[in-house]
Design a protein. Structure first.
Length: 346
């Protein structure tokens, strides 16, 4: 194999080894699930709120989708300095910041403690651990980019809810590890497109405007695709959710000349409602045909955890391969660092 996406070509640009971290997702799922032990000092809540920003928040989105399918308390993700008025003593709050120094999360966490919420902090250290940690702190291993530690932040939350009896994640974690391990063999650097769907999508995205469409259950995975394209490949992208897009966005696909510069990925769920499937097919026929290319990525596994992470896995790798095709190192996010430096002390 030769070219930019050969193992040697990837290594030349991926100087920080992001590919190996991404391919380590199956092991990270298993490791993350073990981080919530031993049992924390937490009572079954009426509702759950996850505080976080960026790569530290996306696990909350996945958790919300998982719990919406399983039942139990609703999960809300709060990306703000403040909390909604309804958050109170019966709310379990997960304050998640990989660095432990995210200003918005620290502010909302302090407010949650003042309101008497049960707070579980999750970080690799930082102010979050020093100022707000304690018995209910879950310490993450250091050395990751926040976006590369997704499973390490998601699985402890799922483990806590399992300990409370509002989720039963044990078998689902095992299935997710098996599904992702099989996928790793198909998506590794030694396999080329079209057999490697992540490489095929990356080549389709090159020079186009990436758009990711999904149903509601896979919307957190679609969001993850968008943010990984932003940070790893350094490209603008967008996401939309069906059936909502059929009530507005579809008009632009049918009429706007810019549609011809878009490359589309449809995230399709194996447990998709037949009515949603019909809307996917009609959207493709009535508007998406004008896109430069359209790819389908189908979820794998039976549990919500496996289905979501299987879609995330393809997207993470596609974003990395697109970075390589564009000649950029996927790891650095210099403008975010500059933003944080300029806001220091704000």
């Amino acid at each position: 194999m030769s070219g930019a996406l050969s193992p040697a070509g990837i290594r030349r640009l991926d100087r920080s080894g992001m590919l190996e971290v991404v391919l380590g997702l199956p092991g990270q799922v298993r490791q993350g699930f073990g981080l919530a032990r031993p049992r924390l000092d937490v009572a079954p809540p009426e509702s759950v709120v996850v505080l976080g920003m960026g790569g530290s928040a996306i696990g909350g989105d996945l958790l919300s989708s998982i719990m919406s399918e399983k039942g139990g308390p609703g999960v809300m993700v709060n990306r703000d300095f403040t909390l909604p008025a309804h958050v109170g003593r019966e709310t379990l709050v997960f304050a998640v910041s990989y660095s432990g120094n995210t200003a918005e999360t620290l502010s909302a966490c302090a407010e949650a403690k003042k309101r008497g919420c049960t707070v579980v902090t999750i970080s690799s250290g930082g102010i979050l651990q020093r100022a707000h940690g304690g018995r209910n702190h879950i310490r993450l291993p250091a050395g990751y980019q926040p976006r590369a530690a997704l499973a390490l932040m998601l699985l402890p939350m799922l483990g806590v809810l399992g300990d409370l009896g509002v989720a039963d994640p044990g078998r689902e974690v095992g299935e997710a590890v098996r599904v992702l391990s099989r996928m790793r063999g198909m998506l590794g650097p030694g396999t080329d497109a079209p057999a490697n769907s992540a490489k095929a999508v990356a080549r389709g995205f090159l020079g186009a405007f990436p758009t990711v469409l999904s149903g509601p259950r896979l919307a957190p995975a679609a969001r993850r695709w968008r943010t990984q394209l932003n940070e790893n490949a350094k490209v603008l992208s967008r996401q939309e959710v069906l059936p909502e897009m059929a009530h507005n966005d579809l008009v632009a696909w049918a009429a706007d000349p810019m549609a011809s510069n878009c490359a589309v990925v449809l995230l399709r769920d194996r447990k998709e409602d037949p009515r949603l499937a019909r809307r996917f097919e009609l959207s493709r026929r009535l508007g998406l045909w004008r896109a430069r290319s359209v790819f389908e990525v189908r979820s794998r596994g039976r549990s919500a955890l496996a289905r979501l992470l299987s879609c995330v896995f393809v997207g993470d790798l596609a974003s990395l391969h697109l970075a390589v095709l564009r000649g950029v190192d996927p790891t650095p996010v210099e403008v975010i660092g500059r933003m944080k430096r300029e806001l220091a002390g704000d």
